[in-house]
Design a protein around this ligand. Structure first.
Ligand code: G3P
Ligand code: MG
Length: 238
C-alpha cells in the first residue's frame, strides 16, 4: 500500500509548503500530494481560495498579484510555494500528485510541466494529475495522454468507479468516508488503482489494508509508513 503525504507532511509542518514537502521526502514517501491555484499566470501551491486559514494574508487569492502572494507567511516563515519550486524539489525522488483546484488554463499547466520535465530530473511517469473537476480532467486526457489522471470523488457514485474509467484515469481517489469493498472491487475490475484520503488513524489504515486499496493519503506519512511496514511484517510472520 503506497503512502502519499497529504499537502506534504502537513500534520507536522505547515501544509503545502516546501518545509512540509521536505519532511515528506525525509519520510521516504511514495508520493506527495499538493493543491494548486492559478494566479497571475503562475501556479501557487495552496489548498484554499481564501488566504486567511493558512497564510498571513486575507481575501481571495485571485485578487492578488505574484509579489503580494509571495510576501505572505504560509506558516513558520515559509512562503506560498510555486508549482515549479515544488517540481524542482521533488524531481526524481517520488511521485508528485498535483490536485488541480483553481486551474483555468491547461495549456499553461502543460507548459510548466513540460519545462520541469526538460530542465529537472522530473519524469513524466512521476506526475499524477487529479481533480474533482472531471470536465477539466477530460480535457487533459483528450490532449495529453502521457499524463496519468487521478479522478477524485467525495462520494460513492451510482456506478462506482465507472466515471474514472470514462476519464481514462490511472487511479480513482476516494474519501475514506464513502469507500467500501464493492467500490474497490469495481475499480480494480476496471484496472484502476484506488487511493484513499485522508487516512491518519491507525484503525483506518488497518481497514484500508483489509479492503485492499492501493494507496492512502496521510497527513502523518512517517507514522503511516511505519504502521504499514509493521502490518506487512506481521502478515509475513504469521
Ligand atoms: O487529493 C486528495 C485530497 O486532497 C482531496 O481533498 O480537500 O484535501 O484537497 P482536499
Ligand atoms: Mg488535495
Amino acid at each position: 500500500m503506497l503512502i502519499f503525504a497529504h499537502r506534504g507532511a502537513s500534520g507536522a509542518e505547515p501544509e503545502n509548503t516546501l518545509r512540509a514537502i521536505k519532511a515528506a521526502l525525509d519520510a521516504d514517501v511514495d508520493g506527495i500530494e499538493i493543491d494548486i491555484h492559478e494566479v497571475d499566470n503562475k501556479f501557487f501551491v495552496i489548498h484554499d481560495r481564501w488566504l486567511q486559514r493558512t497564510t498571513s494574508g486575507n481575501g481571495q487569492i485571485y485578487h492578488y498579484k505574484y509579489d503580494h502572494l509571495r510576501s505572505l507567511d504560509a506558516g513558520m516563515g515559509e512562503t506560498i510555494p510555486t508549482l515549479d519550486e515544488v517540481l524542482t524539489l521533488v524531481a526524481g525522488k517520488c511521485t508528485i500528485n498535483i490536485e488541480l483546484k483553481g486551474v483555468n488554463s491547461i495549456s499553461l499547466l502543460f507548459s510548466y510541466l513540460d519545462h520541469a520535465i526538460k530542465t529537472t530530473a522530473l519524469a513524466v511517469e512521476d506526475i499524477l494529475l487529479s481533480s474533482f473537476n472531471h470536465r477539466l480532467l477530460y480535457k487533459i486526457c483528450q490532449q495529453r495522454t502521457e499524463f496519468a489522471i487521478g479522478a477524485l470523488t467525495a462520494c460513492c457514485p451510482l456506478e462506482y468507479a465507472k466515471f474514472a474509467e470514462q476519464l481514462n484515469a490511472y487511479s480513482v481517489h476516494i474519501d475514506i468516508d464513502f469507500i467500501n469493498q464493492d467500490f474497490v472491487d469495481d475499480a480494480h475490475k476496471r484496472d484502476l488503482k484506488v487511493f484513499v484520503y485522508t487516512v491518519d488513524e491507525l484503525d483506518d489504515i488497518n481497514a484500508m489494508k483489509a479492503l485492499g486499496v492501493d494507496g492512502i493519503f496521510s497527513n502523518f506519512p512517517t507514522i503511516a509508513k511505519s504502521h504499514v511496514a509493521h502490518l506487512i511484517f506481521k502478515s509475513n510472520n504469521q
